[in-house]
Design a protein around this ligand. Structure first.
Ligand code: IPD
Length: 255
């Protein structure tokens, strides 16, 4: 692995250990962000502080953009996108489906991506043009060629009006696929597309720290991950990630 990939892996695992140690205990410092449904706690903040401290020490010239507010300019041309705890609501409810995700990107997208799931001891990694792996095993997307038989994941934002529009998209897609899943972590949704556990994933209005690593991991696992201008009457940019066979069909259905 390159130095960047090793750093990303080590940092994600350290943050994962911090989060796992506190998982299931009463949450501290819980507050709301963009709406009453959008929560943050000391766990998110402390994991972000750990990751930012480690990245700053090892890569002082890189930019960092992280979910809980870190925004640092850099001069190296490389940027880190960090979600210290993706699946915050699951975490706070004691549901073991959350992860740490970080990506290092240049002007063409992520060059290194890590999604670490401490509850299952699974770490999904990819380096550009070097494939995607879960632990030591190479990842490959599913081979399902028929959208009507596809298991597709999605996610929702925290704003009520946004959710109304996302619900409209769900109503359109649901009768046209095997089934939909909403598990609550966009990064794990993408990792699971890469692993062939889902045939596809889509979500509008998603943030770069949620998806940069996952997009690289899906592509390196042989899948397609693309942006869509909007979904139905939701004008916000969306991400669509699938195996290669059903990609155009799902994009057409969503657009
Ligand atoms: C959220 C999760 C969720 C997705 C939301 C994200 P958070 O991230 O990834 O699955 O649907 O759009 O904001 O708030 O748990 O870090």
């Amino acid at each position: 692995m390159t130095d960047l990939a090793t750093l990303a892996l080590e940092v994600a695992r350290e943050a994962g250990a911090l989060l796992l140690e506190r998982f299931g205990s009463p949450a501290r410092g819980v507050g709301s962000k963009s709406s009453v449904t959008d929560l943050v706690s000391d766990a998110d903040r402390d994991a972000e502080a750990l990751i930012v401290r480690r990245l700053r020490a090892a890569r002082p010239d890189d930019a960092i953009v992280a979910e809980e507010g870190t925004s640092r300019h850099g001069t190296s041309g490389l940027s880190w996108y960090v979600d210290p705890l993706d699946g915050t609501i699951n975490y706070l409810y004691g549901i073991p489906h959350w992860c740490v995700t970080l990506a290092c990107a240049d002007g063409e997208g992520a060059i290194v991506g890590v999604i670490h799931d401490p509850s299952r001891l699974e770490t999904f990694t990819a380096q550009r043009s070097r494939g995607a792996f879960v632990s030591q095993r190479r990842l490959a997307v599913s081979t399902e060629p028929d959208l009507g038989k596809a298991l597709v994941a999605t996610g929702f934002g925290y704003d009520a009006e946004v959710r109304r529009r996302q619900g409209t998209a769900v109503a359109r897609v649901l009768p046209r696929v095997r089934d939909l899943r909403r598990f609550g972590s966009a990064a794990l949704d993408l990792a699971w597309v890469a692993a062939g556990r889902f045939d596809g994933y889509f979500e509008s209005g998603i943030n770069p720290w949620d998806v940069e690593a996952g997009i690289l991991i899906v592509r390196e696992a042989g899948g397609r991950a693309t942006r869509l201008k909007g979904i139905g009457d939701d004008p916000r940019p969306a991400v669509v990630a699938t195996n290669a066979a059903i990609h155009e069909a799902l994009r057409t259905l969503l657009a």
